[in-house]
Design a protein around this ligand. Structure first.
Ligand code: NAP
Ligand code: ZN
Length: 348
C-alpha cells in the first residue's frame, strides 16, 4: 500500500480539503501513474455535492487524468515506466459480458468500476479519482497519450472528449448534417470542435450572450440565444441532431421542437431532477430522444489518436489544487473557458 496526497469532499455541503489516500501496490497487471493533470468535470461537482444520491464520503473526484507511468507490474506489456498515459471515467469492468466483449465496457452488464465513487470489480474496494498524486489502474483501462499535444489540454479529452466523440460516431454525424450543441461548457466546447471537424454545420445554443465569439472561434457556424423566444421559434424543424450538455434542469420539449423529421436529440448532461417530455414532441416528426455514456476503451484510444492527428485539444484554465472550490463555484455559474484543469504538481 502506498500513501498518496489527494483532495476529498467529506460532506455534500463542505468544501473539498486535503486528504491522505492509500493506493494498492501495483499487482501483476497494474500500472501506477504519477498524475500530471486532472480535469474538472461537472460530474465531479454533482458527485461531491451528492446531487445524484449515492455519494460515498470521503470522495476523491477526477476522471480526466493524464500522467506518466511510474511503476508497472510483472505482466504489463502495453506500457513501460516513463510512458505518457491517460485514464478516463472507468478503471475496470467484468470483461466477459456481451458489452465488454463488444468493447463497450461503459455499458458492462455486471457494472463497470467508475474511476471514483464506485467499486473495484471485487465489489468491495471503493475507487478514488484523479485529484491525487498517483493512481493504480489495470493495464487494459489505461490509454496511450501522444506527447505531440500539450498534455494539460489533452486531459479533458478523457471525459469531455470521448463523451462527445462517441455519440457523433455512433449516429454517423458528417458533412450535410445540421447539428446543434446546447450548453457551452466542458462537454459543449468539445462537441463543437469535434462535430465541426467531422463536417457538420454546427449551431451553438447557449443562454450566455458573452460566449458568442468563443463559439465561432471553436468552430460553430451559428450561435443562438436560448433565452430569445423569437430565435427559438425561427429554429423550429431545423436540426438533424441536438447534443444536449446542460447540467441543470431545463425543458427538453423546447429543444425537441427544433429537430427535423427523424431528428435525434442526444442527452449527455445529467440534471439531478427528472424532466417531463410530451409525447407529441416525439410523435410529430418521428423524433428520437436518446442518451449516451462516455465511450469504451477502444473508442477512447481511437478518439485520442483522432485528436492528435487533427490537432484537437480542450481550451483550459489551469488551477492549483487549492483553487478547486473556487473552480466549482465558477463552473456552476457557467464561468469557465472551457475546462478547469488542475496542475497536480501543486499537490506534491
Ligand atoms: P459545464 O462545463 O458546467 O457545462 C454545462 C453548460 O450547461 C454550461 O456552461 C451552460 O452553458 C449550460 N447550463 C448550465 N446550467 C444551466 C441552466 N440552468 N440552464 C441552461 N443552461 C445551463 O459541465 P460539463 O462538465 O460540460 O458537464 C455537463 C453535464 O454532462 C453534467 O451534467 C455532467 O454530469 C454530464 N456528463 C455526462 C457524461 C455522459 O457520459 N453522458 C459525461 C460527462 C459529463 P451556456 O452558458 O452556454 O448556456
Ligand atoms: Zn466527466
Amino acid at each position: 500500500m502506498t500513501s498518496v496526497k489527494a483532495y476529498a469532499a467529506h460532506k455534500s455541503d463542505k468544501p473539498l480539503e486535503p486528504y491522505q489516500l492509500t493506493r494498492r501496490e501495483p499487482g501483476a497487471d497494474d500500472v501506477e501513474i504519477k498524475i500530471l493533470y486532472s480535469g474538472v468535470c461537472h460530474s465531479d461537482i454533482h458527485t461531491a455535492r451528492n446531487e445524484w444520491g449515492g455519494t460515498m464520503y470521503p470522495v476523491v473526484p477526477g476522471h480526466e487524468i493524464v500522467g506518466k507511468v511510474s511503476r508497472v507490474g510483472a505482466n504489463v506489456s502495453k506500457f513501460k515506466v516513463g510512458d505518457t498515459v491517460g485514464v478516463g471515467c472507468f478503471v475496470d469492468s467484468c470483461g466477459h459480458c456481451n458489452n465488454c466483449k463488444d468493447h463497450q465496457e461503459q455499458y458492462c452488464e455486471n457494472g463497470h468500476s467508475q474511476t471514483y465513487n464506485s467499486f473495484e470489480q471485487d465489489k468491495k474496494t471503493i475507487t478514488y479519482g484523479g485529484y491525487s498524486t498517483h493512481i493504480v489502474v489495470t493495464q487494459g483501462f489505461v490509454l496511450s497519450v501522444s506527447d505531440k499535444l500539450p498534455l494539460e489540454k489533452v486531459a479533458p479529452l478523457l471525459c469531455a472528449g470521448i463523451t462527445t466523440y462517441s455519440p457523433l460516431r455512433h449516429w454517423g454525424v458528417k458533412k450535410g448534417h445540421k447539428l446543434a450543441v446546447v450548453g457551452l461548457g466542458g462537454l459543449g466546447h468539445m462537441a463543437v470542435k469535434l462535430a465541426a471537424s467531422m463536417g457538420a454545420e454546427v449551431t451553438m445554443l447557449s443562454r450566455s450572450p458573452g460566449k458568442a465569439k468563443d463559439a465561432e472561434e471553436l468552430g460553430a457556424h451559428h450561435f443562438a440565444l436560448t433565452t430569445e423566444k423569437e430565435t427559438m421559434k425561427d429554429l423550429a424543424n431545423t436540426f438533424d441532431f441536438i447534443i444536449d450538455t446542460v447540467s441543470a434542469e431545463h425543458d427538453y420539449n423546447e429543444y425537441l421542437a427544433l429537430l427535423r423529421t427523424n431528428g435525434v436529440m442526444i442527452l449527455l448532461g445529467v440534471p439531478p431532477t427528472p424532466s417531463e417530455v410530451h409525447a407529441v414532441q416525439l410523435i410529430f416528426g418521428r423524433r428520437s430522444l436518446v442518451g449516451s455514456l462516455v465511450g469504451g476503451i477502444k473508442e477512447t484510444q481511437e478518439m485520442l489518436d483522432y485528436c492528435a492527428e487533427h490537432g484537437i485539444t480542450s481550451d483550459v484554465e489551469m488551477i492549483s489544487m487549492d483553487q478547486i472550490n473556487e473552480a466549482y463555484e465558477r463552473t456552476l455559474k457557467g464561468d469557465v473557458r472551457y475546462r478547469f484543469v488542475i496542475d497536480m504538481a501543486t499537490l506534491d
